[in-house]
Design a protein around this ligand. Structure first.
Ligand code: AOF
Ligand code: ZN
Length: 392
């Protein structure tokens, strides 16, 4: 995003700014289930001694931006030593909301510190320029918080800068890399805490995907359930990679297609007979165009189609085959691998512990997740996207 001229904006050197921007980053997270496909954004208004006057965050798409929410939280005069901390540069465009830059100027905010630039071409770079032009001191936060802020909106930046959603591969495996327990009495690999956390991951995603193999083996619903569901504005789309169009009409996904949309992605020459049945059942079919030299594969083409529908984050909850295919196509951006504390028979499906994807996950120390361990690894961090790094 150097095109924004961000490297011309100085970085703040005050230690206090770090703490307050970190607070704003935490506030932004509160918008996770509601804001998409808008970014999550947090804001803090504080005095030079660090005392916080007001806070705000972007709750859901169409609602007021974090800056506006924060300034509404402090209706009185803004002191001369105040700074407005924002996790994303203030916007200057007329969208669903009026420009934050106009409000910041009108309210007499003397100083603004923001953590990351905005990849949205409608506004990028212009807000800070307008503020500086109005005599407001505009600074960027420390480089590590810029990276955190970019990663916090990885999907938003990915859609704008790469034209595809950010893909998080989530899987659960036993200690020996098996994706099934092999024990008919034991349905789940992971415990309650891990399975609950998956609903949080789902709620923050524009779509959840699996392969036909998972549908035939587990008949999943791929919906968001539990308390987090109430904070979600729009349920994630459900996507099935099903090259030959074998999705059963009696599956849980198809049965609930009227409530939460289901898209099936298939090859250009998948049998058409079943397509009509699926369409009648309310399922959408995305058929890959006939192959041409240089055309994207089914996985990449589906990601592009999803980005066109404003899906910015895809949670891939597939079995080992589709997971390996995504890995081979270099389409996995981050990993959330849950490892349960037991082994399953080696005959169960899974990935070898030295498969590069598994090795990548296990190279990161696990954090406790109930009785399991969660390994989170960034394969393509948002700050490495083309155009995302302002440099200095
Ligand atoms: C947000 N929340 O707190 C900030 C945003 O359609 P609009 O008017 O809501 O504009 C959305 C754009 O505004 C968004 O893509 C981003 O570029 C910018 N800033 N957006 O949703 C916020 N500060
Ligand atoms: Zn704004």
């Amino acid at each position: 995003m150097d095109a924004l001229g961000a490297s011309a904006i100085p970085r703040s050197a005050r230690p206090m700014d770090r703490d307050l921007l970190e607070r704003a980053l935490e506030l932004a997270e509160l918008g996770r289930p509601g804001a998409r496909p808008n970014p999550v954004v947090g804001a803090v208004l504080a005095r030079a001694d660090g005392s916080i006057l007001a806070t705000g965050h972007h709750v859901r798409r169409g609602a007021e931006h974090a800056e506006r929410a924060c300034l509404a939280d402090h209706p009185g005069e803004i002191p001369a030593d105040a700074t407005l901390y924002v996790t994303l540069e203030p916007c200057s465009h007329h969208g669903r909301q009026p420009p934050c830059s106009d409000l910041i100027i009108a309210r007499g905010v003397p100083r603004v510190v923001f953590a990351s630039c905005d990849a949205n071409p409608d506004t990028c770079g212009r807000g800070p320029g307008q503020l500086a032009g109005a005599g407001i001191v505009v600074e960027r936060g420390p480089a590590d918080l810029e990276r955190r802020a970019l990663q916090q909106n990885a999907g938003f930046h990915s859609a704008h800068l790469r034209g595809r959603p950010y893909v998080t591969a989530k899987w659960a495996m036993t200690r020996n890399g098996r994706f099934a327990t092999g024990d008919p009495q034991r349905r789940w690999i992971t415990g309650d805490a891990s399975r609950e956390f998956v609903h949080y991951l789902r709620a923050g995603s524009g779509a959840i995907a699996c392969g036909i193999g998972t549908v035939l083996a587990d008949d999943p619903l791929l919906t968001v359930r539990g308390p987090i569901a109430d904070r979600m504005a729009v349920p994630p789309l459900r996507v099935v990679f099903d090259r030959r169009l074998e999705l059963p009409v009696a599956s849980n996904l198809v049965r609930t297609a009227a409530e939460v949309p289901v898209i099936v992605a298939c090859d250009h020459d998948a049998p058409t007979a079943h397509e009509l049945v699926l369409l009648e059942a309310g399922v959408e079919v995305f058929r890959l165009p006939p192959p041409e030299p240089g055309a994207p594969c089914l996985l990449a083409a589906t990601l592009r189609m999803l980005a066109d529908r404003e899906v910015q984050d895809l949670l891939l909850e597939s079995g080992p085959r589709l997971l390996a295919a995504f890995h081979d196509a270099e389409l996995i951006d981050s990993i959330a691998a849950f490892v349960a504390p037991f082994e399953a028979p080696a005959t169960e499906p899974g990935l070898a512990l030295d498969h590069p994807l598994v090795a990548r996950a296990l190279a990161v120390p696990g954090e406790p997740s109930g009785e399991d361990e969660l390994h989170v690894a960034l394969v393509h961090p948002a700050w490495n996207f083309p155009g995302a790094v302002p440099g200095k």
